[in-house]
Ligand binder design. Structure first.
Ligand code: ADP
Ligand code: MG
Length: 189
């Protein structure tokens, strides 16, 4: 039985996509068959690539629904990589679990917390299913200490607790911050 689940989690800018691409490169060196997926929703840098904030990239299949992943994965696929897993619907946990049960190595990267510091979507489910978990930290832009959280800013001000959870963006809307410097005012911005 060679199937397994690896989860790479952490805040924005913690290096999740960088680490995912590092593992992808090793799979390519080993000449194993690989499929990379991303949610269609994430069109920040590119529609059909996963892209890290420091400019690394790899071609990826954009998908709308997590169950659509099945139609792309054939038996000869060794490794399945999925980025931005927090954006997928609730079925992603079952999809990833079934892929691992079928013998695939599944590597999943995603935000473990939303901008409020709350568990993000299906990530808790994926983390509990995984054989291997890597939690990365960014650098707090305020103090330089390790940052576990993602600060959302609206016109330079901290976004409020009741704001929508999904707002696709990069450094114009988000910063990495530590627990002490992460701010979430009550209410709506
Ligand atoms: P993630 O996928 O977790 O959002 P990426 O892999 O896309 O992260 O980007 C990681 C890169 O972001 C780092 O290697 C670094 O070059 C850059 N970066 C920018 N701001 C920060 C920060 N505050 N802390 C750490 N890395 C940062
Ligand atoms: Mg990323």
């Amino acid at each position: 039985q060679k199937g397994s689940i690896e989860v790479i989690c952490g805040s924005m800018f913690s290096g999740k996509t960088e680490e995912l691409i590092r593992r992808i490169r090793r799979v390519q060196y080993a000449r194993q068959n690989l499929m990379i997926f991303k949610p269609k929703l994430d069109d920040r840098y590119s529609v059909n690539e996963v892209v890290s904030h420091n400019g690394l990239s790899a071609m990826a299949q954009p998908v709308d629904n997590s169950v659509d992943i099945f139609q792309w994965v054939h038996a000869d696929v060794d490794v399945i990589a999925i980025d931005e897993a927090q954006f997928f619907d609730g079925k992603i946990v079952e999809v990833v679990n079934q892929l691992a049960n079928s013998g695939h190595r599944v590597i999943v990267a995603g935000l473990d917390q939303d901008f409020r510091g709350e568990p993000f979507g299906s990530m808790p489910g994926l983390l509990s299913m995984a054989e291997y978990v890597t939690k990365l930290q960014a650098v707090c832009v305020v103090c330089g200490e390790p940052a576990s959280r993602t600060q959302r800013l609206i016109n330079g001000e901290p976004a409020c607790f009741d704001d929508p959870i999904i707002l696709v963006g990069a450094s114009e809307a988000y910063e990495a911050r530590c627990r002490r410097h992460h701010e979430v005012p009550a209410g709506v911005s």
